[in-house]
Write a new protein. Structure first.
Length: 494
């Protein structure tokens, strides 16, 4: 039966499919093959979430070796939730990809793009599903190396510089994480995450454990692009091909936030992380700074992809803010925003991909008068912008509401104020695009004959937009799973 081997299939499908893309090579065939593989991975993640919800934690022993001696794929509500996000975004993004890839990437390198995309998907899914700390590093490197390749394929030469900067920051972050894992192995003799959690608790807060915690915290902050170690992110998103930007913006930092959560709550536990090391206060300060500084810089951008990139820095702040509270409400809000932001930014960057496909630019000037020529695309951007701001009936409102409730529950009124201020700042930069598209005329020299984007791009984009509203109204799945995952991480403590 296939069912017992679903955890392995989640990784094997995209990992083995990637080199097959090199063999196929032909444009339409390799695209169709990649689409099938991505949707199969999404189907597997749905089945895994259903199984975890009904029967509890799944432990898959690779090669039949029992943990902690062998490598274990361990799926609980926390990572089943993230697997669903990553695979869903991957499936929708690859379905959207064909016209955009043909326009932005040299034809002879198209198959390499799909190869790198599937490798990146496999790496992100592997990071999420593995129950082994060293395996996290291995899959991180698979996803990171393929991400560098994806970014560097952009026609703009600045894409190479952006990829190199990402490589430098990513290498430093991964190295810091690996040093921390090595120190933990020195003290505990195990790499299994569940086993590490038990043994670290028994060892206690000695100097080696404290140093390991510090290395891992800094490394994961770099990988997650948490302010102020976010410098790699804006250029990487701005100059990468549109499809790469969509996928990385909606998944890569979310997976890093997941590792951060897993490290703080499963390996080191809440008491050590947030009371002994006082991590909550540090994360809260950086989260608030990310929200305010990221939003402020976004306001002054003229390149819309850079604007959305700095907005992502701010949104990462919201996620980390929820984690910093270390309560059920706070962690629910943080994990919920992880899911919701993937939908928001995926849709917004898809809209920018459509604009670039037709106009060859994503500058604010290129948006002028565009609503009359690309009505469905710009309507999608407006709808996604409302969700980004946090207007009621959108997913952005739901996660921000949980963060506000968590802050009010702890009487952190200053945090409530900053969340509201950052949301109001989002209105400013979203409105700049709306004003240009709907209330300005096309500038002299603008491309003529601009039409709406192809249906193959519009359909995945509008699926994302409709999901922004569906999960903003019916929160049983998103909030329900996030809340149960938060309680699982905290041992049902509030």
């Amino acid at each position: 039966m296939i069912s017992p081997h679903l955890p392995a299939l989640q990784i094997i499908l995209p990992l083995l499919a990637a080199p097959v893309c090199v063999i196929i090579r032909r444009g339409f065939l390799v695209y169709g093959f990649a689409v099938i593989v991505a949707w199969l991975a999404f189907a597997v993640s749905i089945l895994l979430l259903q199984e975890v919800t009904s029967v509890g934690v799944i432990s898959y022993k690779l090669g039949g070796w029992a943990p902690p001696w062998g490598i274990e794929y361990r799926i609980d509500l926390v990572n089943a939730y993230v697997l669903l996000i990553v695979s869903a975004i991957g499936a929708l993004t690859i379905s959207y990809a064909k016209p955009s890839v043909e326009k932005e990437i040299n034809e002879e390198r198209g198959y390499l793009f799909y190869t790198a995309f599937l490798l990146c998907l496999a790496g992100l899914l592997g990071v999420t599903i593995t129950g082994d700390a060293f395996n996290i590093f291995v899959f991180l490197e698979i996803s990171s190396l393929s991400s560098y390749a994806l970014i560097s394929m952009g026609r703009d030469r600045r894409a190479l510089t952006a990829a190199f900067r990402y490589l430098v920051f990513g290498t430093i972050g991964a190295t810091f994480f690996l040093i921390g894992v090595g120190l933990l192995y020195q003290m505990t003799g195990t790499l299994n995450i569940a086993d590490l959690g038990e043994r670290v608790a028994n060892v206690g807060a000695n100097r080696t454990i404290t140093v390991a915690f510090g290395f891992m915290a800094v490394g994961l902050a770099i990988k997650a692009a948490l302010f102020p170690v976010h410098a790699w992110l804006p250029n990487a998103y701005a100059y990468a091909p549109s499809v790469a930007t969509i996928f990385l913006a909606a998944t890569a930092t979310k997976v890093s936030i997941y590792i951060l959560i897993r490290t703080y709550f499963t390996i080191f536990h809440r008491d050590f992380s947030f009371f002994v090391m006082s991590l909550g206060d540090i994360l809260m300060v950086f989260a608030i700074m990310a929200m305010l500084v990221g939003s402020a810089i976004a306001i002054f951008q003229t390149d819309i992809k850079r604007m959305l990139a700095y907005s992502s820095v701010a949104q990462i702040g919201y996620m980390v803010l929820g984690v910093s509270m270390a309560t059920v409400l706070g962690l629910t809000g943080g994990m919920l925003h992880l899911f919701n932001h993937a939908l928001i930014k995926g849709a917004l960057f898809m809209a920018m991909g459509c604009v670039f496909y037709r106009t060859g630019s994503v500058s604010i000037d290129a948006m002028r008068g565009l609503a009359s020529r690309m009505p469905w695309t710009m309507a999608a951007f407006v709808a996604g912008g409302l969700s980004l701001i946090g207007v009621p009936l959108t997913v952005g409102f739901v996660s921000k509401w949980y963060l506000l409730m968590a802050a009010m529950d702890q009487s952190l009124w200053w945090v409530v104020t900053f969340v509201i201020v950052a949301s109001l700042m989002a209105i400013i930069y979203v409105w700049r695009v709306v004003e240009a598209a709907y209330f300005s005329t096309a500038p002299a020299g603008a491309p003529t004959g601009v039409q709406e984007a192809p249906m193959v791009m519009l359909i995945p984009m509008w699926v994302m937009i409709l999901a922004n509203f569906y999960f903003g109204v019916d929160t049983r799945v998103s909030v329900g799973v996030a809340e149960r995952a938060a309680k699982f991480l905290l041992g049902d403590a509030s």
